[in-house]
Design a protein around this ligand. Structure first.
Ligand code: ATP
Length: 233
């Protein structure tokens, strides 16, 4: 069943058109990895889906309803949560306070602060620490936890690996694994192609604001994706 439809989406930064006439449908429970070179438009697309950047044209439909122009806080209430690039935590506030900020009064569901600590056990002893004092991995876990607190139907993850050591990235993905298999629909931007291909069931490769490859992860080789990445197809 389709949960999200993107139709002919155009997103601009001033004169620059970062997303160009892009279309795809996302099924409920799908885990989609968006890959592509720096500047391909992945972050811009995620921000448009989250309502952080309104598109210049086209449509975004959630469960068939047009949400193209509604503001981000209303999208959270409708079940779309973004873990932004760079985490964007409130560094002077504690882990628990940051998590509580993620709650959305319009959403019911199973996520609580305690459940986030069950999913990310390394955070629990840090619950009263200011997030500015945390390690990168702990900050990333807090940012993911904050998004989960809104009980999203669609979770958008922008480069959760950025700036983390490979060991810490492994741990963050291990902790995400439960979510990946729980039926939550996920769109993740991931620079590490192998990791993207191992966690996702579908891969979209973007180049200059377009989709150049859209395939099931099981039906694509690393070579196919790499060629698409460089525009060789
Ligand atoms: P990255 O991996 O570097 O984040 P990306 O695929 O996520 O790349 P975007 O960040 O969406 O790509 O950028 C797409 C294009 O839009 C790039 O040319 C970028 O320079 C431009 N761009 C992004 N943000 C802005 C902004 N705030 N103002 C102006 N141009 C921007």
């Amino acid at each position: 069943m389709t949960i999200l439809s993107i139709r002919d989406l155009d997103v601009r930064h001033g004169l620059l058109q970062a997303v160009r006439g892009l279309s795809f449908d996302l099924a409920k429970g799908e885990v989609l990895a968006l890959v592509g070179a720096n500047g391909a438009g992945k972050t811009t697309l995620l921000r448009a889906i989250a309502g952080a950047h309104l598109p210049a044209g086209g449509q975004i439909l959630l469960d068939g309803a047009d949400i193209t122009l509604i503001p981000s806080h209303k999208r959270i209430a409708k079940g779309i949560a973004l873990v932004p690039e760079g985490r964007r935590l409130f560094s002077q506030m504690t882990v628990e306070e940051n998590l509580l900020l993620g709650k959305s009064s319009g959403r019911k569901g199973a996520w609580t602060v305690e459940r986030v600590f069950d999913a990310f056990p390394n955070l629990k002893p840090r619950r009263h620490a200011k997030t500015g004092h945390l390690s990168g991995g702990e900050q990333q876990a807090t940012a993911i936890g904050r998004a989960l607190m809104s009980n999203p139907d669609i979770l958008l993850l922008d480069e959760v690996s950025l700036g983390l050591s490979p060991l810490v990235v492994d741990r963050v993905y291990q902790q995400l694994q439960g979510l990946l298999s729980s039926g939550t629909t996920i769109v993740l931007v991931e620079q590490d192609l192998s990791r993207a291909m191992s966690v996702a069931n579908r891969i979209i490769c973007m180049l200059e604001g377009h989709i150049v490859l859209d395939r099931p992860a099981s039906g694509v080789t690393r070579d196919d994706v790499t060629r698409a990445y460089f525009g060789l197809h």
